[in-house]
Design a protein around this ligand. Sequence first.
Ligand code: HEC
Length: 210
Amino acid sequence: MYKALFYTHLISVNIFLFAYLIKTILLLANKKEALEKFSKGFKVPEMIISTLFLITGIYLLVQMGTTKLLIIKICFVFASIPIAIIGFKKSNKVLAVIAMLLIIMAYGFAEMNKKRIDKQTIAPSVADVNSPNYDIKKHGEAIYTAYCQSCHGTGGTNGAGGADLTISKKSFEEMKAQIKAGSMSMPPFKDVMSEQELSAVVAYIVTFRK
Ligand code: HEC
């Protein structure tokens, strides 16, 4: 359900952006008739798409909680709407372009949310597998703090946008696969984490379960 809504949101955003781009280009190129034709033909699909986009957006927001970046993104989207409407009503190119830039920036913020992660250094005192004092959960905790806590929160109960790990029912292998590959707004970690680190972080996050 969550996945379906996430992709509905993504697809409607893309169609919306694409249509807006076409309209802006037509406006800038002074193709008044073509613009009118396009706007008329696209009116109903546009209404359906914007409704889908808003409903799925609100749902995702409630589910995932907000982050600073997300709030900025939402402000940009909502600021762009009246500017776009006025811009096209008055055939004002400057306003239409400003609205376009706002939408693109909002899109950019969404992309930044899932940009690739930098490799973090984990303290050798906990990461040395050959040490007689090696504790896989301690190692995992350090990895979790470095890479995961920002989204999943302390104790795994959803800090800013991650799934609640205390109620996860996934197996060890399933979790490892998901951490490697990433999922929706969670970035893939396969390039920054070793197998040992993956095992360690999974060994740690299962301790969150009740
Ligand atoms: C940018 C935010 C973000 C970061 C960073 C992040 N996650 Fe996630 N994580 C998510 C989101 C969002 C989901 C839900 C994805 C889904 O349902 O497909 C998720 C889901 C998961 C799940 C699956 C839970 C379940 O049962 O459905 C696991 C396990 C997990 N993350 C572990 C980690 C670990 C370990 C790290 C650090 C190495 C990490 N995550 C870093 C956002 C993040």
